[in-house]
Design a protein around this ligand. Structure first.
Ligand SMILES: Nc1ncnc2c1ncn2[C@@H]1O[C@H](COP(=O)(O)OP(=O)(O)OP(=O)(O)O)[C@@H](O)[C@H]1O
Length: 225
């Protein structure tokens, strides 16, 4: 479970998150959507403890961050570290078994090659595999579908469903609505620092058409194709 209590974050005069309170129970998948710059990554980084903030995430003394796997939008890989060495490092950081890596390499990554030389999609999959090999209960996936191929898209969707079945908590952001509507129990719309909407599956279709209306508006006629 993830609980946010009056979570606020500013960068100088730019107040990105404005006293957000929300509860994400275990065994659920929660989508966070919002325009570029709405604050999704900032929210995730606050939850993961990578940014100082006002308000609380799961209480001050909670050790839940030791059970939290965070797939960032852009992942860092040490120079001259192979994919296998990266996975071992992540396993060892959480005292997880680092054997059977070839068997668990479900994305068929070239584990003997340097991770920094991987393609964009391969880097994303390596980082995702790393947090999946750890004994995490909470998964924050910032744009996990970004840059990955169709096959991996399908597999990641099924992995998210499996995490839910196992009772994990999954927070996920995406700019592709269908990737969220396929998996999420609730979708939150982040706008101007607030969750302005919390939508259940029965209302996903109307949320999507509302977003299309708002987004497209008069833009096509302005473009004048
Ligand atoms: N380290 C930082 N220093 C200053 N401003 C920042 C920093 N990180 C984010 N911001 C600002 O916070 C706001 C929210 O950025 P954030 O990356 O969280 O948005 P986002 O919703 O994840 O966007 P996108 O969909 O483009 O990934 C933006 O105005 C951004 O410029």
């Amino acid at each position: 479970m993830v609980t946010l209590t009056k979570l606020s974050k500013s960068f100088g005069a730019n107040q990105v998150l404005k006293s957000i309170s929300a509860t994400f129970p275990a065994g659920g998948v929660y989508g966070i959507i919002g325009e570029n710059g709405a604050g999704k990554t900032t929210l995730f980084r606050c939850i993961a403890g990578l940014l100082t903030h006002e308000g609380a995430v799961n209480g001050v003394d909670d050790t839940f961050r030791h059970r939290l796997g965070f797939l960032q939008t852009n992942n860092f890989f040490f120079p001259k570290m192979t994919g296998r060495e990266y996975l071992r490092l992540l396993c060892q950081a959480r005292s997880a078994p680092d054997d059977r890596l070839d068997q668990r390499n479900v994305f068929d990554l070239p584990l003997e090659e340097y991770a920094e030389n991987y393609s964009t999609g391969m880097k994303k999959k390596l980082a995702l595999l790393g947090v999946l090999l750890q004994p995490n209960d909470i998964f924050i996936l910032d744009e996990p579908f970004n840059g990955v191929d169709i096959q991996s898209n399908i597999l990641i969707t099924e992995i998210i469903r499996e995490l839910k079945q196992k009772g994990k908590t999954v927070l996920i952001s995406s700019h592709i609505f269908s990737t969220l509507s396929d998996t999420c129990d609730e979708i939150y719309l982040l706008r101007e620092g607030y969750f302005v909407k919390k939508v259940s599956p029965a209302d996903y279709a109307s949320l999507e058409s509302e977003m299309i209306d708002v987004t497209v508006g008069d833009r096509l006629s302005r473009l004048g194709l």
